[in-house]
Design a protein around this ligand. Structure first.
Ligand SMILES: [Zn+2]
Length: 505
């Protein structure tokens, strides 16, 4: 059926692109309240398409935002949808997570085309949401449609959780997942697949098994209620900006690389194993290109490609994002700000506990602040979300790898990412099942930036990858039977899978 599906995808290509254009044209910008109706329109469109394809779909309201003037805005609904596999045999259930909201975009930001009109240029489909994440979620729907058109039963049950607030911190999703995982819509899910990230390169597919978490810190030091003249007050008061600079220096005392705070540095990361080192061997990654993409920075931290990737994926990092307060405009102004705030964050990795990181950082700030003997008031606020790590040797990844191998003719890289997608850890934790990131787009798709695109090839091949994956996971699930942790039931299975495991055992 692989070839039949390919033929059909080619025949349907223009329809898939037209439908993506229809989705891109809807300005479902979740951070912009003036676009809230568009978010609902986007949910309606998906709901309609799902029902037309024979699925059942619910638009679940999860809460509202209330503004200072008392006006209320419902949050965009979460779509919980389901396509049932053929009966009578018991089939596993795959949950697909994606989001239909997008980042803001305006032609004035530097787009070469109208961001809300899908424009095909040199085989690339430009438009806001084309790759993040409308293109990928539509590819899932067309993979299901192909089964219908070829009169094939779905090999597994497919459930969807499509949210409309991903670009706004997934507001209220946590509560919904908690509720639905306890005897609700999500209670009988066997596998989770998230299609909301990108390849590490432009030409080789990958599967992503880890993400860093994030701890954020706002450290405010306040003296009085107003800005002062340094000629009048300089030397007479403890200056908030001086305090903040000293505090930021304390948290970053190691300079570049490691972090010198208890529970935060490299020592607190899970030690690297031989099996993990093996995973890095086959990865296609060009550090020089990476350096170039960063605006030709003079050098990267890391002796070689593997070290650069490890610094990016599996070790913590501290970044100081900015300081609020004082005068940073043109010219010179001899002011003493009444208050100053330092903003920084730490990317968290497996082995690190977010709460412990928050506590340790606060302890360093408090100790340094006490040393400064400042009469000012320091307030520290922080948040944290955990890192996520899956075992790429499990059947879910083998199925993903098998599908990518069939479609692209190469074994995908097994990769991690330095960024954070909190829902991955959330779903894995709440549902307790294997979770995989299966990206369809390329490294240069420009999600969140100007000229976001998805290559036509990736969109169409993506449909084929997902079509193939559903068959692969059905087979892997059957082979695994009731055995725990992916122990194959049938003889000979391990040989086939081992090949995809890159020699891991
Ligand atoms: Zn996204």
């Amino acid at each position: 059926m692989f070839n039949e599906a390919r033929k059909l995808i080619n025949t349907n290509a223009h329809i898939y692109i037209e439908r993506l254009a229809e989705a891109v044209a809807i300005r479902s910008v979740s951070t912009d309240l003036s676009c809230r109706d568009d978010c609902f329109a986007m949910a309606d469109l998906l709901h309609r398409w799902i029902e037309e394809l024979g699925g059942s779909s619910d638009k679940v309201l999860v809460g509202f935002q209330e503004l200072d003037d008392g006006s209320r805005y419902d949050l965009p609904p979460v779509i919980l949808a389901e396509f049932s596999a053929g009966k009578p045999r018991q089939k596993p259930t795959v949950l697909v997570y994606g989001h239909y909201d997008v980042q803001p975009a305006a032609e004035a930001d530097g787009w070469s085309t109208d961001p809300f009109t899908l424009s095909e240029v040199d085989g690339k489909l430009y438009g806001r949401g084309s790759t993040d994440d409308k293109g990928p979620i539509l590819a899932w729907l067309w993979a299901i449609e192909i089964h219908r058109e070829l009169e094939l039963e779905l090999p597994v049950n497919v459930k969807f959780c499509l949210e409309g607030m991903e670009e706004s911190n997934s507001e209220c999703l946590d509560d919904l997942l908690e509720r639905e995982s306890k005897g609700g819509f999500l209670s009988n899910v066997d596998y989770v697949v998230i299609t909301d990230n990108y390849w590490v390169t432009t030409d080789k597919p990958c599967l992503t098994y880890g993400l860093r978490g994030l701890a954020t810190f706002h450290c405010e030091v306040k003296a009085g209620t107003q800005t002062l003249h340094s000629g009048v007050y300089g030397g007479c008061i403890a200056e908030p900006m001086t305090d903040v600079i000293q505090l930021l220096a304390a948290v970053s005392e190691y300079g570049h690389g490691d972090i010198g705070i208890e529970n935060c540095g490299r020592k607190s990361a899970t030690p690297i194993t031989e099996a993990e080192t093996e995973l890095y061997k086959g990865i296609t990654f060009d550090a020089e290109a990476f350096r170039h993409e960063a605006g030709d920075v003079p050098a990267l931290l890391g002796e070689n490609e593997k070290e650069v990737l490890m610094n990016r994926w599996r070790y913590p990092s501290l970044s100081i994002h900015g300081i609020e307060g004082g005068y940073s405009g043109e010219g010179f102004k001899t002011v003493i700000p009444g208050a100053a705030t330092g903003k920084f964050s730490i990317r968290l990795v497996p082995g690190q506990d977010g709460k412990a990181v928050e506590e340790s950082v606060k302890a360093v700030l408090e100790k340094r602040f006490a040393e400064l003997k400042s009469a000012n008031k320091m307030t520290v606020t922080s948040t944290s979300s955990k890192a996520w790590l899956a075992d790429p040797r499990c059947p879910l990844y083998q199925s993903g790898a098998a599908a990518l191998l069939k479609v692209y003719g190469v074994k995908p890289d097994l990769t991690r990412e330095g960024g954070s997608i909190p829902v991955a850890g959330l779903l894995q934790e709440k549902l307790g099942v294997e979770t995989m990131l299966l990206p369809l787009g390329q490294s240069d798709d420009g999600a969140h930036s100007e000229n976001e695109k998805m290559s036509k090839r990736n969109y169409l091949q993506g449909v084929q990858v997902l079509f193939t994956f559903l068959g692969e996971i059905a087979r892997a699930h059957e082979e695994r039977g009731d055995m725990p942790n992916g122990t194959p039931k049938r003889k000979g299975t391990l040989g086939r899978l081992k090949d995809i495991w890159y020699g891991l055992s």
